[in-house]
Design a protein around this ligand. Structure first.
Ligand SMILES: *Cc1c(COP(=O)(O)O)cnc(C)c1O
Length: 380
């Protein structure tokens, strides 16, 4: 099996993002079945892809929304997510963002520092409200993923470090407009070694017991997102193993009676449903290297340039035997390279190329660098 572009899109101006909504629906069905409604509450991390047609499907599948900016909170509400299904995380929430989220009466703020808790308390008091808060802890658990998308180590800017937690919890007594309802952790993204989630669970178990000893019962635990996808084999593994992911928490997280466990998945929900489709502008051969120069670049998909990440690439126009190509974009940066020395069916000017698994952290990270126009999103 290989990638099929719907026939009606073959003459579209390139580059464009193509979203396979049937695959998105299948992924959501697998996810909600594995979460067993009532057992895990799933929030979708909008930052992976915030296009309205995608959000609306995710909302209709019964997921909540995990937001990391005021703009995302607003987008989630526009897409139809109920305020009591919206959580707001982020290490640098502005006063304006907090005020709007308070006024919308969202379910929970994932708070990341003492000064943030103080601001939440002040702004909530001024509105005559109480801010429900989960403390985002930095559990110092290694996610075994790329350094730029590791978030749960002491060296990372995220969360409250374990050594500060006692002071933070004691300080809550002086914040009457903040209500502690849970613990939150998010240790990284594109996690494929699932035992990492067992380590996280054990850390949360210890913390929970420690908090209970101090008189804090927690109705909610939020274990974050981070489940990885198979960038190498998008056709054989289009849907992540959600059962194995939830199984780690079922096995290792000690849940109190009637306690709700929340997860926040982004990439695992949308990555495989998106493809960046581009046309070959030129094939340029030097003595050492054969370049396929595309009309898409790091402005449409920055992950290879930013993280050196792998995306499966196919020439969907050519049936010829394969040759090795460096696949590059038109942007004036040497890092504007999608892949080096990959095998593609022999490529000619005008061929269509599919860059797979681009549904997460693709379009949302696009830019207009070099004054490029925004690529269109097409759905089917
Ligand atoms: C980015 C993010 C997520 C989603 O991460 P994925 O790896 O895409 O699942 C979840 N929670 C928080 C707080 C995040 O910042």
């Amino acid at each position: 099996m290989s990638f099929q572009l719907p026939a009606e899109f073959k003459s579209q101006p390139t580059p464009f993002y193509y979203y396979d909504l049937a695959l998105l629906d299948q992924t959501l069905a697998a996810l909600t079945a594995a979460a067993r409604p009532g057992n895990f509450q799933v929030h979708y991390a909008l930052k992976a892809n915030s296009n309205l047609p995608i959000l609306q499907r995710i909302q209709q599948a019964g997921l909540g929304a995990d937001c990391v900016s005021g703009g995302e909170v607003q987008r989630a509400l526009e897409a139809g997510f109920a305020p009591n299904h919206v959580v707001f995380a982020g290490v640098g929430k502005s006063d304006a963002e907090i005020n709007r989220a308070l006024a919308a009466d969202i379910f929970c703020f994932n708070a990341e520092s003492v000064p943030e808790l103080q601001v939440l308390n002040e702004l909530a008091a001024a509105q005559g409200r109480t801010a429900r808060v989960a403390l985002r802890i930095n559990p110092n658990v290694d996610a075994h993923t790329h350094a730029y998308i590791t978030t749960g180590l002491e060296a990372n800017k995220f969360g409250i470090s374990l050594s500060d937690l006692a002071g933070v919890v004691d300080g809550l007594d002086s914040l009457p407009n903040v209500e502690l309802i849970g613990l939150h952790a998010h240790i990284g993204s594109q996690i494929t070694e699932l035992h990492v989630f067992a380590n996280l669970s054990r850390k949360l178990n210890e913390l929970q017991t420690w908090l209970e000893d101090r008189g804090h019962q927690l109705p909610h635990l939020n274990v974050g997102g981070g489940l990885g996808i198979d960038y190498q084999h998008p056709d054989t593994n289009p849907i992540p193993d959600f059962g194995a992911y939830f199984g780690m928490f079922e096995q290792h997280l000690v849940r109190r009676p009637s306690q709700q466990v929340h997860v926040e998945l982004g990439r695992a929900v949308v990555a495989q449903a998106g493809t960046l489709v581009s046309r070959v502008l030129y094939v340029k051969e030097s003595q050492q290297t054969r370049f396929a120069i595309l009309d898409a670049g790091m402005t449409e998909l920055i992950r290879p340039a930013l993280y050196g990440s792998h995306h499966h690439i196919e020439n969907i126009s050519s049936q010829l035997p394969a040759l090795a190509y460096d696949v590059v974009g038109p942007i004036c940066e040497s890092s504007d390279t999608f892949a080096k020395a990959v095998q593609l069916a022999e490529t000619r000017r005008g061929d269509l190329v599919a860059i797979r698994s681009a549904g997460a952290y693709g379009e949302v990270m696009s830019s207009s660098y070099n004054l490029r126009e925004k690529a269109e999103a097409l759905y089917r």
